[in-house]
Design a protein around this ligand. Structure first.
Ligand code: NAP
Length: 248
């Protein structure tokens, strides 16, 4: 029977590339997005045109009621949930910590940390053998910024992703005997629209010389690592964090 992979923030960037790759591998795909319906629908149409099953659902993962509604949609419309890719994430315009207001910190942590936490919780209640599920897999998105803390740019964002790495390790061990693997990927400089949100749309080009491989990565390259961690090929990996960063 076909099973569903839910990808938060799957309408653009790394999430969209992951949706396309996992659909090619034969999975039913439910992508979530925040406000950009057109791009999410385009991903769904591409998957359907290639003969796959796909849905898209608007939901702000930082809001508990919207996360509940998202999973209720999956329960109602999709084959059983097999995996969650906690990909939705935001970065605010680059700034020094002393110039960041509390609302910004709250927004970044609510989306990147609480959003991933609430989605993981809902997924576990469907996948864990402890709750009568058939097992499954969760992949979280970190960032290579956890290694430096992103001073002068995005210390809030880097700290939120450090929380995600610790969450990954702890949750992995908590549910390891319940059929659910929990891993993370740690992308470096990847060429997506997230850099425009940070106020530097050309960052993938400008910062490439700081990368040992001297280039930015592509969303499709991160998708390959996510797809491996989701798959049974990674059956003995849990609590792992995989760098996809060109050597950073
Ligand atoms: P992106 O191109 O900016 O796409 C972000 C996606 O997340 C969009 O689909 C967006 O929806 C969705 N989203 C944002 N806030 C949301 C919310 N509150 N609820 C639901 N969906 C939300 O980002 P990306 O570069 O692909 O990044 C994906 C993940 O990789 C993020 O967690 C990011 O932190 C991480 N990452 C990226 C890089 C990089 O260099 N690109 C490096 C390291 C880690 P809409 O389309 O509706 O706005």
């Amino acid at each position: 029977m076909q099973k569903t992979i839910l990808i938060t923030g799957g309408g653009r960037g790394i999430g969209a590339a992951t949706a396309r790759l996992l659909a090619q591998q034969g999975h039913a795909i439910c992508i979530n997005y925040s406000s950009n319906q057109a791009t999410a629908q385009a991903v769904v149409k591409d998957i359907q045109a290639a003969g796959g099953q796909a849905w898209c659902v608007a939901a702000d993962v930082s809001q508990a009621d919207q996360v509940q509604a998202l999973f209720a949609f999956v329960d109602r419309e999709c084959p059983p949930l097999y995996a969650l890719v906690n990909n939705a994430g935001i970065v605010a315009p680059y700034a020094r910590v002393e110039d960041m207001d509390v609302a910004r910190f709250q927004r970044v942590f609510a989306t990147n940390v609480m959003g991933s936490f609430m989605c993981a919780q809902a997924a576990l209640k469907r996948m864990s053998t402890r709750h009568g599920g058939a097992g499954g897999s969760i992949v979280n998105l970190s960032t290579a910024f956890v290694k430096t803390g992103a001073p002068g740019m995005a210390v809030d964002y880097a700290a939120s992703k450090s929380a995600i790495e610790t969450f990954t390790i702890g949750l992995a061990r908590e549910v390891a005997a319940e059929g659910v693997r929990v891993n993370a990927v740690r992308p470096g400089l990847i060429d997506t629209e997230i850099h425009a949100a940070a106020g530097d749309a050309d960052r993938a080009n400008k910062a490439k010389d700081f990368v040992p491989m001297k280039r930015a990565g592509r969303a499709e390259e991160v998708a390959q690592a996510i797809a491996w961690l989701v798959s049974d090929a990674a059956s003995y990996s849990t609590g792992a964090v995989v760098d996809v960063s060109g050597g950073v």
